[in-house]
Design a protein around this ligand. Sequence first.
Ligand code: MIC
Ligand code: SF4
Length: 755
Amino acid sequence: MAFDIEMIKQVYSRLPERVSQARKLTGKPLTATEKTLYSHLWDTSVKQAFVRGKDYVDFAPDRIACQDATAQMALLQFMQSGKPKVAVPTTVHCDHLIQAKEGATKDLKTANSTSAEVFDFLESVSNKYGIGFWKPGAGIIHQVVLENYAFPGGMMIGTDSHTVNAGGLGMVAIGVGGADAVDVMADMAWELKFPKLIGVKLTGKLNGWTAPKDVILKVAGILTVKGGTGAIIEYFGDGAVSMSCTGKGTICNMGAEVGATTSTFGYDAAMERYLRATGRDDVADAANQVKEHLTADPEVYANPELYFDEVIEINLDTLTPHVNGPFTPDLATPVAEMKAVAKANGWPLQVEWGLIGSCTNSSYEDLSRAASIAKQAVAKNLKTKAEFGINPGSEQVRFTAERDGLLSIFEDLNAKIFTNACGPCIGQWAREGADKQEPNSIIHSFNRNFSKRADGNPNTHAFVASPEMVAAVAISGRLDFNPITDSLINELGEEVRLDPPQGIELPPKGFDVEDNGYLAPEEDSSAVQVIVKPDSERLQLLTPFAPWNGENLLGAKLLIKAKGKCTTDHISMAGPWLRFRGHLDNISNNCLIGAVNAFNEKTNFVKNQLTGDYGGVPDVQRQYKAAGIETVVVGDHNYGEGSSREHAAMEPRHLGVKVVLVKSFARIHETNLKKQGMLGITFAKESDYDLIQEDDVFNFVDLAHFAPGKSLTIELVHANGSKDTILANHTYNDQQIDWFREGSALNLIKKQNAS
Ligand code: MIC
Ligand code: SF4
């Protein structure tokens, strides 16, 4: 039986009526996305349709998922809310804190001892507040959610940007910061600006070397890292229906990389097969009864341009494999063009590692397709030129893949089988020699490839491709290898070719697992103690942020003007810093250390306006804080792209930054800033970014009249005494201004609970 089946049945029982209401409100046929959104409204008595891209709407998600690196902060906040149990089904998954080094058994043991304090904390908080707990080694959050919790037409939020993976099973699943999750855990509505809708019509059928991953690599090339911002992408068409459920998951997963709020597909036979194969006949049967409400109305897919804000069409018959990167996931190169492109850019052609895994591509089908390439290599006397690492997505996938002989195929190629966890995808990788910082190339099936992300080396050129392409490139050892046209020379000196991959959608003998790693919370948890040691370096109870004094902010100094890409990895790096995710003061020592200072092109090297000296960003900021001076961070486009980690908002807040002024924000990060009581605003005129000088002082001269829809005026006082007055826009509504006033959204919840 599926988890929380009663909740799922309830969602389905109210679905027909809510969908018909929504059809009346909007006066038109509905997309699958709209059906799910309108059937999850907090206030069901709404009288008007919402304006996409404009109206803030309160939603009531069905469930929440958190992973270990973000759950610590989320649950530390929830503990302050004063609630005895979480209000909706919630799970915690331990997947980010396990380093890939020697192989699964040893690595898991090491993680269990080095992170014991954090795992014990998460296990006891989960138990205390009625949260399901998935132990280290159980698998990557999004694969485990897809296998156990996702259901068509459901709505969930998760404290990880790749929560969107559950769109592969027809959910509207959205990544959020911990403070958003706390709202829903505390039985409050969850607010989102009603998204725009992008339709992607897939025609034809995947064939040969082309995989679901190539669909999203192509879409990323079209939309770029910010093209999906504020929108939900709905995929449809024959091509969509012909794809496996986990393949759809891959596409939705990497939709995070185009900034999309989420991506989804209408319910279909592939989803039904997956539900049944993963032991959820009950969900499949219930879904079948309300089938027509779990996909768009037929008129929508017949004339998509009438119902979506933008429509993209991709023909799978002619789509070819892609390799994206380096340093950004939207730099898409068709494999056939890689020879010329790599040469022109001077990318290192020799590939040193091929890594298969991450929440994007670690399903049974993914492993089977990559294994079919590995098997040929062995049979054709090829030795792999690069090293190979595999992280299966879950214990269920690993156990089944081992039983079916898939893992031993990789082992025949000397691959290392790492833990069922994120591993190298999030810098949890003890890569030998990375500290030498030599230029090199690696290829992986992950979703992100920002600088330093996998191994901390800024000169590692990381490329993203499908698992089978990763296998082929790793075997050849060359970035520009095109398996469709190129041959390889084997150990016997013969010329051989790799045939296209053969995948197995679902294990013919069914999935199997001995210990899936799940711990249910106790019914009566009154005796459960949650322990945070006062001298811990990994966990720290939170102290509330100070409220705003209601006055204009005058005399604020520039901390850093960040140039170019400034993702959450630049603002709050992961890898070695993941160990401090539960300790705000300690993790604040990584605040913005990866951001490039526009005045000297260096990272972690900014001017202290008090002394004229240069120093690291956290150090300089701590000096401003000690002197009682508030500061401003200035940034470029799509600031805060990437992760949902709210540390990227909490650290500057904790250190005394007041304002983040940028050309544009990524959605989750903008919300995180608001939730933590920061002022996140955008240049009304983008070119005003150029006016900001290194010694600037900022006066926010009308902040005292902070109101929805009203721009803010900023006076910039330059070192020579000259001034510029510029305008900044914001998207705060009344409630969000209250968060700012109270010092944070959590302060407001506490106040409301107390009254
Ligand atoms: C990531 O892929 O960057 C992460 C690590 O999963 C993050 C969450 C985090 O920073 O903990 C994400 O994508 O939200
Ligand atoms: Fe883990 Fe990587 Fe997926 Fe983030 S993207 S959840 S780090 S596997």
